[in-house]
Design a binder for this molecule. Structure first.
Ligand SMILES: Cc1cc2nc3c(=O)[nH]c(=O)nc-3n(C[C@H](O)[C@H](O)[C@H](O)COP(=O)(O)OP(=O)(O)OC[C@H]3O[C@@H](n4cnc5c(N)ncnc54)[C@H](O)[C@@H]3O)c2cc1C
Length: 471
């Protein structure tokens, strides 16, 4: 059967099972699904883009729709990729040519909420920003604030092991998942009912957290919520240098004084934030978010303040934090840095132990500075055993091929340096197309187990092939 006839048959069957209005195959309808928010995909030439042209997009609105889509795609030997808001910055949501794209944005209902149990159950395509506003009206919050809050879905968060800016208090999305419903490649439906915790064997539900659509289609999620804190206060500090900041932060952890939000900016990135309040300061910037009972906020800010003064810090008040808060969902650097054919901007985030955090940052700067237009960094999430380094670089090259080549070189260098400094290749953006070729041998990744799990849950390899486990 020729490709064209095979696709016509696939489309006919999908339309029969799901209804014509929910199966799209016109070039104009498919085109937006050939990219996600991965900056490299925006620079692809026509031939590269063609490699990612799906055969159809199916907008599902029920578990039954998901099952039917999987069944039809399997009978035609087509890969299936679940996509939601396509805010992935790694190419995780980009299909291989000829795939069936299973668009979950029609799974958009908020199903149940309990203030007493502090949980909310939603369908996977619910937009994060919508859910947060819905909860706020009921006096609650998720506490999960990725910068893409308003342009990403709950299912997308779970699939990528997302993390938000207040993670030192609320944790990553993996800490917020209480229950999950997943449809496997063979159409069977798994229900992990919500419980506060359990000791009944390994927590298999977590297999799907970070699975990037390669192990099953997430249809429902129960998340833990919290009451909206009574008080929140931002305090900014300028520090003499990065080692001083790290010393104070480490002492904070040692003394169990850990603000809900901690963001440490190197001098380069700090400049842009100081400019928001027209402050002419050049030193590294530490932004803290204290929240909870007003008395605890006061106490935490005082104790942390004394740790920072001990290392030469200067308090800059609340204006900087408030300005940051107002613009925290706007990634201007990504938009502006990718404007035009010759410009590229991207972020690489890594997870690194305290002992290697500064050395990793310095070696990356030294390695890529000669090849990039600019580089800046902050540390955006902190743990008792380490932190997340978030590196932003920009490139300028009018030759498209050479732009893409330098981009790949920078990624390779950073990934190599991450591994030699015992860092995980990603803290929260995930793997997608950009990191999949580098996973083997990465710190904390067990190739053999990943292959066995994939082989068991998706033996034909139909779910999002080319991502995570090498096929
Ligand atoms: C400006 C900007 C800022 C960002 N900031 C953050 C941040 O602060 N923190 C953070 O963690 N991330 C951030 N991201 C990355 C991105 O928003 C997250 O990865 C997000 O979780 C993706 O959600 P999505 O709904 O857009 O999923 P998509 O991009 O559509 O999909 C992402 C992956 O999940 C899979 N998937 C999606 N839905 C399902 C489902 N229902 N079942 C199975 N698989 C599914 C897809 O196959 C794909 O592999 C940012 C992105 C941008 C563009």
């Amino acid at each position: 059967m020729t490709g064209h006839i095979a696709t016509t048959k696939l489309l006919t069957e999908l339309r029969r099972e799901l209804g014509a209005s929910r199966v799209w195959s016109e070039a104009a309808d498919l085109e937006p699904y050939q990219r996600d928010a991965w900056p490299l995909a925006a620079k692809w030439q026509a031939a590269q883009l063609d490699e990612h042209r799906p055969a159809a997009v199916v907008r599902v609105t029920s578990v039954e729709d998901v099952r039917k889509t999987l069944q039809v795609a399997a009978s035609h030997g087509r890969p299936v990729i679940a996509v939601a808001n396509r805010s992935s910055v790694t190419g995780a949501a980009i299909p291989p040519r000829g795939a069936v794209v299973l668009d979950v944005l029609g799974l958009d209902r908020i199903l149940a909420f309990s203030g007493l149990d502090a949980t909310v159950t939603v369908e996977a395509g619910v937009c994060g920003g919508h859910l947060e506003e819905w909860l706020n009206h009921r006096g609650s919050t998720l506490g999960h604030y990725p910068q893409s809050l308003h342009t990403s879905s709950v299912g997308g968060w779970v699939s990528t092991r997302s993390s938000g800016t207040f993670s030192t208090k609320y944790g990553g999305i993996e800490n917020l998942i209480a229950g999950l419903q997943v449809v496997l490649a063979d159409g069977s439906v798994l229900d992990f009912s919500p419980t506060p915790r359990r000791s009944m064997g390994p927590e298999l539900m977590q297999l799907f957290c970070g699975s990037e659509g390669t192990l099953g289609i997430i249809t429902q999620v129960t998340l833990r919520v919290a009451r909206t804190p009574l008080h929140r206060r931002f305090v900014a500090w300028s520090l003499p240098d990065l080692p001083a900041a790290f010393t104070a932060l480490r002492t904070g952890f040692d003394q169990h004084v850990v603000p809900a939000m901690i963001r440490l900016y190197d001098s380069t990135e700090a400049q842009g934030i100081y400019r928001m309040v027209e402050l002419s300061e050049v030193r590294p910037l530490l932004l803290l978010g204290h929240e909870g009972h007003p008395a605890m906020v006061q106490a935490e800010a005082e104790v942390f303040g004394s740790l920072l003064r001990d290392v030469g810090g200067t308090e800059l008040g609340s204006d900087i934090g408030n300005a940051w808060n107002r613009s925290r969902f706007d990634a201007a650097w990504l938009r502006e840095g990718n404007a035009g054919d010759a410009r590229m901007a991207d972020a690489i985030e890594l997870s690194v132990p305290w002992s290697a955090a500064l050395a990793l940052y310095r070696s990356i700067r030294a390695a890529i500075e000669p090849r990039v237009e600019s580089v800046m960094a902050h540390w955006s999430h902190f743990y008792s055993d380490g932190c997340a380094l978030y590196l932003i670089f920009t490139l300028f090259d009018e030759d498209n091929e050479s732009l893409q080549r330098v981009y790949a070189d920078v990624w390779d260098s950073v990934m190599d340096l991450a591994t030699s400094h015992r860092a995980a290749l990603s803290h929260h953006h995930g793997v997608g197309l950009v990191r999949s070729p580098m996973l083997s041998g990465a710190v904390g990744y067990v190739d053999d187990m990943a292959r066995r799990v994939k082989g068991s849950l998706d033996p034909s390899g139909m779910l999002n092939p080319g991502k995570l486990t090498p096929t």
